[in-house]
Design a binder for this molecule. Structure first.
Ligand code: ADP
Ligand code: MG
Ligand code: ZN
Length: 605
């Protein structure tokens, strides 16, 4: 308290100095500026002086008025204004004429006192007042950010005016709940200190890209209303070559002074990667990391500095970072479920003009696995489409179309398919669709289209799950593979020929089949044995087989037999429904885009 009072007193004194100095500067400037602005000085002259000046041939122009004369002298280019009282002098005209003095309006600028006063006094003083007022209102942070600028640390931002709140983060209820506690701690530390509870030092936000980790961190700052030091791991290693450790130290020094406050390090994996003993280790990064660890240990006594960090690669983080006393708490920020997706769509839809009758439920169902960032993107793409179509509001169709844009690449309007190609694509897509429809438990077909996408896909069969699925059964997996095989199987059945159109299907089917063997223990041969390691938990990426070369061969053989089984199943189902296959393919060929209902109507007729 005492400390605070002293601070306040000091800042009041500073304010007074500020005003006094600023106002004296204004007055000083005006001493010179005001006369200049209010017009040139006019010298009162005696009549005799006037006559003398005429004689000396200095007067260049004269204006005779009722009771006085205004005149201008011009001595080697320097002009002065004079005024003298008019005495009735009959000789004057003669004299003037003989000296060739011009008669005319002595166009002395009339002083504009109003404008001059505004420019010289009112304007500067109001600037001082407004500026001073702002300075006073900017709490502690202004000192901070100016200090940052001086030390060239402008990349590390300080904000207290983060307008993001938890309301802007949709879904993520669990994450918000754990963070609410932190906000509460930062707002009333005494409450916790009374019981002896300590706030966690570091909280790691962990989750796949685009799920709102950065957004959540901003929301915490917005909710807690405490100073917020935001930085990104990559800034330490890239921007400040050779100075990473020093920057970390500076950042924490500042933060400690401002406790309670939040330090946010985005993408911490760039500094926090596992240190290894390999030769080409990154010296710079390791020093930065060591400094970070030291700092985190160092502020035991400095309660109230909370470190938030975000990463989508927790598995790469150095174990030392995750030790108790450092980032000992992890908050999972997972991909949104059905409910989460609906609310994310709605949060973002608020920023756009939307039509009334939008079925967010359906959009959410069609975007299983999409991240918050992708959903935000879908809404925006929908709005862009509405503008392109010349509409004033975003419609449901816009959103549905933009799902495909974000997930499958945009419609390619000018790619021209030959009729034969179009026919093949029709059969291929109907092949997928019939497989999806004829196997129990697979997601219903929502839409089939053979309008090419910029992603390179020539057609697209969109399935929409009726509910969120977290567990995939072996039957589900087999069904999925068979559905992927459906396109190729239809081509074989009808044309007896292979095309390149199935390449993506092949890739997907193989991925699932391999995972069934190496990851999910769905084969008798390998039982519960894990055969692969590594791979990012959230980014997918390269997992490696961890087995002997002989086993690897077996894995290949097992995966192949799964795919073969699924392919045969697909061929059989299509053969059994060959008549419908032709009928539907013809229909799609003609319409180019059909809905799931139209499809089912013909299939079940
Ligand atoms: P991350 O840091 O996890 O990669 P971001 O926080 O940068 O993801 O999210 C990117 C954008 O996606 C956000 O600015 C926001 O528009 C949107 N977004 C992501 N998750 C959500 C969410 N849960 N609620 C609302 N918007 C979200
Ligand atoms: Mg981020
Ligand atoms: Zn296909």
């Amino acid at each position: 308290m005492n400390e605070n009072e002293k601070k306040q007193e000091r800042s009041v004194r500073l304010m007074i100095y500020y005003y006094v100095i600023a106002i004296s500067i204004v007055l000083l400037i005006n001493w010179f500026l005001f006369p200049a602005l209010t017009g040139t000085k006019v010298v009162e002259a005696e009549y005799s002086q006037f006559l003398q000046q005429i004689d000396d041939n200095q007067v260049s122009m004269v204006e005779i008025q009722n009771d006085h004369i205004s005149y201008i002298t011009d001595i080697d280019g320097s002009v002065s204004y004079y005024r003298t009282d008019f005495t009735d002098d009959p000789e004057l005209l003669q004299v003037l004429k003989s000296q060739n003095v011009e008669f005319g309006q002595v166009g002395r600028r009339k002083p504009d006192y109003f404008v001059s006063i505004i420019i010289c006094y009112i304007l500067p003083i109001s600037i001082i007042l407004v500026d001073g007022f702002r300075k006073k209102n900017k709490t502690k942070d202004s000192e901070l950010s100016s200090a940052d600028e001086k030390s060239g640390m402008s990349k590390i931002h300080v904000t207290t005016t983060s307008k993001t709140t938890f309301d802007d983060v949709a879904g993520q209820d669990e994450a918000k709940e754990s963070l609410t506690e932190i906000v509460d701690y930062l707002s009333n530390p005494e409450k916790y200190a009374e019981i002896g509870a300590k706030c966690p030092k570091g909280i790691l936000l962990v989750g796949p890209p685009g799920t709102g980790k950065t957004l959540l961190a901003k929301a915490v700052a917005g909710e807690a209303n405490v100073p917020f030091f935001a930085s990104s791991g990559s800034e330490f290693v890239e921007m400040y070559v050779g100075r990473g450790a020093a920057r970390v130290r500076e950042l924490f020094e500042k933060a400690k002074k401002k406790a309670p406050c939040i330090v946010f390090i985005d993408e911490i994996d760039t500094v926090g990667k596992k240190r290894n003993s390999s030769l080409n280790s990154n010296e710079e990064r390791e020093q930065t990391l060591n400094q970070l660890l030291t700092e985190m240990d160092g502020f035991e006594d400095n309660k109230g500095v909370l470190i938030l960090a975000a990463t989508n690669r927790p598995e790469t983080l150095d174990a030392a970072l995750l030790r108790p006393g450092r980032f000992d708490r992890q908050v999972r920020v997972e991909l949104p479920d059905m409910e989460g997706r609906i609310s994310i769509l709605k949060v973002h839809a608020k920023d756009y003009k939307m039509e009334e009758n939008i079925d967010y439920n359906l959009i959410a169902r069609a975007t299983s696995g999409a991240s918050g960032a992708q959903l935000a993107n879908i809404v925006n793409e929908g709005a862009l489409r509405a503008v392109r179509m010349g509409r004033a509001k975003v419609s449901h169709a816009d959103l549905e179309e933009s799902i495909e844009v974000v997930i499958a690449g945009e419609q390619k309007k000018n790619a021209i398919l030959s009729l034969q190609e179009k026919k093949i694509v029709s059969y291929h897509e109907i092949g997928h669709a019939i497989l999806a429809a004829k196997q129990t438990n697979s997601a219903p077909v929502h839409k089939i289209t053979i309008i090419p996408r910029t992603s390179g896909a020539l057609g697209y069969t969109m399935q929409v799950e009726t509910r969120d699925k977290s567990l995939l059964t072996k039957t589900d997996a087999m069904n999925k593979i068979a559905t992927y095989c459906g396109g190729r199987a239809a081509e074989e059945l009808v044309f007896g020929e292979y095309t390149t159109g199935a390449s993506n299907d092949i890739e997907q089917a193989t991925k699932i089949a391999r995972a069934m063997v190496t990851k999910y223990g769905m084969t008798d041969k390998f039982d519960m044995m894990a055969l692969e390691t590594g791979g990012s938990q959230y980014l997918g990426g390269d997992s490696q087989l961890s087995c002997s070369p002989e086993t690897a061969q077996l894995v290949d053989r097992e995966s192949l037999s799964i795919i073969k089984e699924a392919h045969a199943k697909a061929a059989k189902i299509l053969k059994d429904n060959e008549k419908k296959l032709h009928e539907l393919a013809d229909y799609l060929f003609e319409k180019e885009t059909i809905t799931g209902e139209q499809f089912m109507e013909i299939l079940q007729a």
